[in-house]
Write a new protein. Structure first.
Length: 275
């Protein structure tokens, strides 16, 4: 358990070194959090320089509670690779039968907890998580992580603004680290991530002609729905995913991408695999 001071936000990272010398294949994730959490995310790293690899088992605050960032703790985030996470107080997610998420043994897990506290009392944050694995012999499809992150936006003050960003087939392949020669992408989970100014977050399937079909909507920024797609949604060449997000910036300042709950984000998360 950790304290979150009044009228502040506490967001930190906590690095757990590799748990094995072989690939891990995750088939189930359980997360449980005390009330008040904004999110909990498990990251790993992608080719982080040794000089930036965090000290294990040490809390690394991202800022002082008021948005003044500690750059030495922010730098490692440039090499983060999403593994799993949730904004819900409790999550128990099973991958489809025969599907497992591969996590290589090069790096461990960087745990990210975020608790805002805009009350006048100290609150207590606490997170538990379990990761269940299976042997490679039980894996029929190796899943990869889908993360489409639009950081290039600015929301004008005292205005409702709708933003769009489309990621076509090759961009989805590249963002997920999938084989660039893959013929089809199978998407079996989707969910959105934004902050308190979000009014609506839609994800649309776009075809080669530019026509689109709505496949996901979130109206609650704190608890966005997790869309489990069975059978998987098949993304072919010429198709893509478009996020259409409406924000209400009721403040007197421009809002941009940022880590605080009073900043904004525009992200699609999910899981995919190829044949």
């Amino acid at each position: 358990p950790f304290e979150v001071p009044p009228q502040q936000e506490k967001e930190f990272l906590y690095y757990v070194p590799p748990l094995t010398t072989e690939d891990m294949f995750i088939e189930r994730v359980q997360i449980s959090m005390r009330p008040g959490s904004h999110h909990f995310i498990i990251y790993t790293f992608d080719d982080i320089p040794n000089v930036l690899l965090p000290e294990p088992y040490t809390i690394r605050d991202l800022h002082d509670g008021y948005g003044n960032y500690y750059q030495e703790n922010i730098l490692a985030m440039l090499f983060h690779k999403f593994v799993t996470g949730t904004q819900w107080p409790a999550l128990d997610y099973h991958f489809p039968p025969g599907v497992a998420l591969r996590v290589p043994p090069d790096f461990g897990f960087d745990l990210n907890s975020h608790y805002p506290n805009y009350t006048d009392e100290v609150i207590i944050g606490e997170v538990f998580t379990n990761i269940h694995t299976i042997p490679l012999s039980d894996v029929e499809h190796v899943a990869e992580i889908l993360m489409l992150n639009n950081t290039d936006f600015s929301l004008p003050p005292n205005a409702v603004t709708t933003l769009e960003r489309t990621y076509m087939y090759n961009e989805v392949l590249d963002a997920s680290g999938l084989d660039p020669e893959a013929d089809l992408i199978y998407i079996f989970q989707l969910f959105s991530h934004a902050h308190e100014h979000m009014l609506r977050f839609d994800i649309e399937l776009v075809d080669a002609t530019g026509e689109s079909e709505l496949i996901y909507s979130a109206l609650d920024w704190e608890h966005p729905p997790i869309l489990e797609i069975n059978p998987p949604l098949i993304l072919d060449h010429g198709q893509g995913l478009k996020m259409v997000v409406t924000f209400d910036n009721w403040t007197d300042d421009f809002l941009n991408f940022g880590l605080l709950s009073v900043d904004e984000m525009m992200i699609i998360f999910g899981y995919v695999y190829t044949d």
